[in-house]
Design a protein around this ligand. Structure first.
Ligand code: ADP
Ligand code: LRH
Length: 495
């Protein structure tokens, strides 16, 4: 159909943005209406998301998008980071500020749960990798709290925002698949985990799929944003990584993707989950994607390592600008030392340069001597984890790949993309950096009838419109294996 305007709200762990997109009639374009920082806040020992600041940024963004759009908005869609949630009381009011997945309340909970529900059974039922902050572990950690006792409803972050926009509650499937309460074969709630761990699954409103209508902006929101109604809200792939995978400009099936922002999510798009014991031991996850797909991937620490170094250097009075630092890192000695970028030891915030140096020392490698060497260590380590993960995903799934697509903010980092190509020994296609927002818009535009077809057609439109950069693999692939051996200690790197 003829081109229409859509607003894509993409809430990342480091920033939120509202993008104004025009889609249809062979066109797909995106511009930033508003971007705002997403800063976690610690109070009384607990790390929270500042969810009202995010809501305020969302409204400001919709107002800006409405002003810049050529006509009325044909839709709004929301995606965000996974696993976290807000609790509502019986009147629909938010009970407390949502807790950040990096908060320490889940320390030790996975081990405690393993005593009740063996990891084999948990994986057979849900296919989810063990991350300490999976929603199930958060709910076990919150058990017995006054807040959970008072809760009438649980809404994942994008569903909470959609509820505030529309007054209607639902649980979008791609993000629900990160809770560890969904069976990836039936693509619906699994009774196994909720029963074994005595979790009240009734807290979740009914499932909705990407492309389902999710209501309309309320009169209050229309007044607040100056938008002309009615404006439909569409369920999109509300897990940001699921939207980013829609936004991968691949053709055919023989590709791996790496969505690199705060996290690096590296893996494959499959038609069915891989639930083998080998897959469980390698800690691969089977998250759900649009149109019946499975996102078979592993979490790698990602640019969080770099963000936290920058934050620490700033805090200690020696701030650095990102771009010159990356130029210096490009000139630093390659693979001087590496750390395991899949190690959960890096999840919590705080003194990242120090923790990286100690990890190098522990594995008998030289400590980085300055900021540029620290950044080089981070990028080499990420590229190494990308290599190991892309290889493992192919081996465990039986799908082989010819190309690696790097999308997300890290696609802007040319050094990281080139190192990833070198490490994987495969060509890397870098971009789009705003893959999540683009995936969000593509699903909306299809739901609104402006675009048609399956993932292949949607991605064809991306390839025709998105500026992409190509990196050919260079250098000695053996160097990456030797670097991996320094940190593996008999264990797999990247998990
Ligand atoms: P999230 O969605 O998790 O908040 P993004 O996908 O926005 O993360 O990615 C943010 C990261 O992208 C930053 O931490 C930074 O490392 C990287 N990045 C953003 N812009 C640039 C740039 N111009 N050059 C290099 N890296 C960049
Ligand atoms: C990336 C992401 C990732 C999850 C993590 C909590 O933003 O959604 O896919 O594992 O945040």
């Amino acid at each position: 159909g003829a081109a229409r305007d859509f607003a894509a709200v993409d809430l990342g762990a480091s920033s939120g943005r509202v993008m104004l997109a025009r889609a249809g009639g062979g066109e797909l374009s995106l511009r930033e209406a508003h971007r705002f920082a997403n800063r976690p806040v610690r109070v009384l020992g607990t790390l929270h998301w500042d969810v009202l600041a995010l809501w305020d940024g969302l409204l400001t963004g919709l107002r800006a998008a409405g002003r810049e759009a050529g006509g009325p908005l044909a839709g709004v869609g929301i995606d965000s980071w996974a696993v976290d949630y807000g609790l509502l009381d019986a009147s629909g009011a938010l009970l407390g500020n949502p807790v950040h997945y990096r908060d320490g309340r889940t320390d030790g909970v996975a081990a405690q749960v393993a005593g009740v529900l063996p990891p084999r059974e948990l994986y057979a039922a849900t296919g989810l990798q063990e991350l300490p902050f999976n929603t199930v572990y958060q709910l076990v950690a919150a058990r017995g709290s006054a807040q959970l006792a008072a809760a009438h409803r649980l809404l994942l972050i994008p569903d909470l925002m959609a509820y505030w926009l529309t007054g209607r509650a639902g649980t979008e499937l791609t993000n629900a698949s990160t809770t560890q309460l969904i069976d990836p074969r039936t693509r619906s709630w699994s009774p196994v985990v909720a029963e074994a761990l005595d979790i009240d699954q009734g807290l979740f409103p009914p499932l909705r799929l990407p492309g389902d209508p999710a209501g309309e902006l309320t009169p209050e929101v229309l007044a607040e944003t100056g938008l002309a109604g009615p404006v439909p809200v569409w369920a999109v792939a509300s897990h940001d990584t699921a939207s980013a995978v829609v936004g991968v400009p691949a053709s055919g099936k023989r590709f791996a993707y790496i969505a690199t922002g705060t996290w690096s999510l590296a893996g494959l798009e499959l038609d069915a989950p891989v639930l083998s014991q080998e897959s469980r031991r390698a800690n691969f996850t089977n998250e759900l994607g649009v149109d019946g797909t499975v996102r078979y991937l592993r979490n790698i620490m990602g640019l969080w390592l770099l963000q936290e170094c920058l934050r620490e250097w700033e805090r200690s009075g020696t701030p650095y600008e990102l771009e010159p630092l990356l130029r210096d890192a490009a000139r630093a000695e390659p693979l001087r030392s590496v750390v395991d970028a899949g190690d959960p030891e890096f999840i919590a915030p705080g003194d990242m340069p120090g923790r990286i140096a100690r990890a190098c020392a522990r594995t008998g490698q030289p400590e980085p001597r300055d900021a540029a060497e620290t950044v080089r260590c981070v990028l080499d380590s990420l590229a190494l984890a990308h290599r190991v993960t892309v290889r493992e995903a192919q081996r465990l799934s039986g799908r082989s790949v010819e190309t690696v697509h790097v999308v997300g903010g890290g696609a802007r980092n040319e050094l990281l993309c080139q190192l990833t190509a070198d490490a994987c020994g495969l060509p890397v296609v870098a971009g789009p950096a705003e893959a999540a927002a683009l995936g969000n818009v593509l699903v909306q535009a299809r739901a609104a009838g402006v675009l048609g077809g399956g993932l292949a057609e949607l991605r064809g439109l991306l390839r025709a419109t998105a500026p992409l950069r190509h990196h050919e693999p260079m250098g000695d692939a053996g160097a990456w294996d030797r670097a991996a051996a320094r940190i593996s200690g008999g264990r797999e790197v990247g998990r």
